[in-house]
Design a protein around this ligand. Structure first.
Ligand code: MG
Length: 480
């Protein structure tokens, strides 16, 4: 028998012996689905057309909503960048893996801490079951060599290791004004490419410093398109954590005055373009029906930047806070042929649920040797069942500030937004809101509904009893 025929037979035999991927994933091609995760930075709940943005146009994201599922109660695990990314990638609350800080809330360049080797990322779990894994965008889980994405499950990474406003080249007193007239040279952030070479060694190179941020959104998309085309015949996981619309805001020349909603609007419309570019690629390659595409944001809008920050729609406050405006974000799922179109769900979801949901669809294993904060949302996505998540914890650093159970949310502590001082207030009795009738958290009903308050408080206490707080990685910094 020719070697090629034998190889083909062997592949067929192995496929027949493998767990029934078609059964578990519903994938039309008989292989588990591909996953694409867009994770915008500081984009508000109200910044997309399908979430009520009045001026900004987002036709491609609106298409995802129209052809897929739009979640109105979707949350992140923290209201700032680093811990939110940790929650998405590990399926665990940041307090469990140390990716939070009480003295400083995100990682800065050259900090000694970062994601630990014991953590299992979504990329690692998917790579374990044969996925090609590519990342195009912002990491922010540590910039030392041992922390980089290619050490934590990604075969390929093209992006910026932290926020695009770090490595300022300006004196402190000039930094704030620089955001109003941003120039590339004000932020000396590197653009990095890191990948495994033929011998399995990780090769990392700095392509630019400072990165040309005017073309960064476009280049993340184009790099992702190249990766998708190269891996169209195998399952893949593509993670696109855009650096925008985190300030400083930049967009490509073709998007200048594109939106009619200022610089911020232009930036969102370019992100929308990037989504369209990738959806089109999936269709051109004939793999759209076998690809789950998800879009969200790492936290709410940075309202301290006023017109350069986004909108949380009807939600209260924004980035950095445990009001819903800081942690409730858009959640769009698109999977033509499997996810029914035009579904708006009020089920509760979290970015930490992507782990159990996607790993389950891929036929992989969710770790059982550690506490996970990840629910399998597949029944909701397939329209076959109810959502498994009833509760959402709202942490600031290591402290639980608020807790949601069903439609009730209790605040034990509230505090001012990110980048602004103080405002910490402890509430005894806690504030209580019924989000079904008061989505803006305006009218506390703590005295009218003491039983509901007692129930939420008890569930929060139960949650806390099950959380072992890991030492902070961010507070390990040696200076700066
Ligand atoms: Mg952010």
């Amino acid at each position: 028998m020719p070697r090629a025929c034998f190889a083909l037979l062997l592949v067929s035999f192995l496929a027949a012996c493998a767990p029934d991927a078609q059964e578990s994933s519903g994938a039309p091609s008989g292989r588990p689905p591909n996953f694409i995760v867009f994770f915008a930075d500081d984009l508000g709940w109200g910044d997309l057309g399908s979430y009520g943005a009045p001026v900004i146009r987002t036709p491609h994201l609106d298409r995802m909503a129209a052809e897929g599922q739009r979640w109105t109660n979707f949350y992140v695990t923290a209201s700032v960048c680093s811990p939110s990314r940790a929650g998405l990638l590990t399926g665990r609350l940041p307090v469990r893996n140390g990716l939070y800080g009480d003295q400083v809330r995100v990682l800065f360049p050259d900090f000694v801490g970062g994601i630990q080797d014991e953590e299992i990322t979504l990329a690692e779990a998917l790579r374990d079951v044969g996925y090609a894994t590519g990342m195009f965008g912002k990491w922010h889980l540590g910039d030392g060599p041992r922390y980089l994405p290619t050490r934590h499950g990604f075969d390929y990474w093209f992006g910026i290791p932290y926020s695009n406003d770090m490595m300022s080249t300006l004196p402190r007193e000039e930094r704030r004004a620089a955001f109003l007239d941003p120039k590339i040279e004000y932020w000396d952030v590197p653009l990095i490419r890191s990948e495994r070479d033929g011998a399995g060694e990780i090769v990392t190179e700095t392509l630019e410093q400072p990165a040309d941020q005017t073309t960064i959104t476009k280049r993340y998309a184009e790099e992702a398109v190249d990766f998708i085309r190269a891996h169209r015949d195998e399952p893949f996981f593509v993670y696109v954590p855009h650096s925008m619309p985190h300030v400083p805001l930049f967009r490509a020349p073709g998007f200048e005055n594109h939106s009619g909603a200022g610089l911020y609007g232009d930036v969102i419309e370019e992100i929308d373009w990037s989504v369209g570019r990738i959806l089109d690629t999936l269709e051109e390659e004939g793999i759209a029906g076998n690809t789950v595409v998800f879009f969200s944001s790492d936290n709410g809008p940075w309202t301290a930047f006023r017109t350069q920050g986004g909108l949380a729609g009807p939600l209260r406050e924004g980035k950095g806070m445990t009001w819903d405006g800081g942690m409730r974000v858009p959640g769009l799922f698109w999977w033509p042929g499997t996810i029914a179109p035009e579904v708006v769900t009020k089920e509760i979801g979290s970015t930490s649920d992507l782990f159990a949901t996607f790993v389950g669809m891929a036929g992989g294993a969710v770790p059982d040797d550690r506490p996970m904060d990840s629910f399998d949302l597949a029944p909701v996505l397939r329209g076959s069942g109810e959502g498994p998540r009833e509760e959402v914890p709202f942490y600031r650093g290591s402290e639980l500030y608020a807790y949601r159970v069903g439609n009730y949310k209790a605040h034990f502590v509230t505090e001012g937004e990110y980048g602004l001082a103080g405002g910490r207030q402890e509430h005894d009795p806690p504030l209580l809101y019924d989000l079904s009738v008061d989505v803006g958290e305006q009218w506390t009903i703590a005295t009218e509904q003491p039983e509901a308050l007692a129930r939420v408080t008890a569930r929060a206490a139960q949650h806390l009893a099950g959380v072992e707080v890991a030492p902070s990685q961010f507070d390990l910094r040696t200076g700066g």
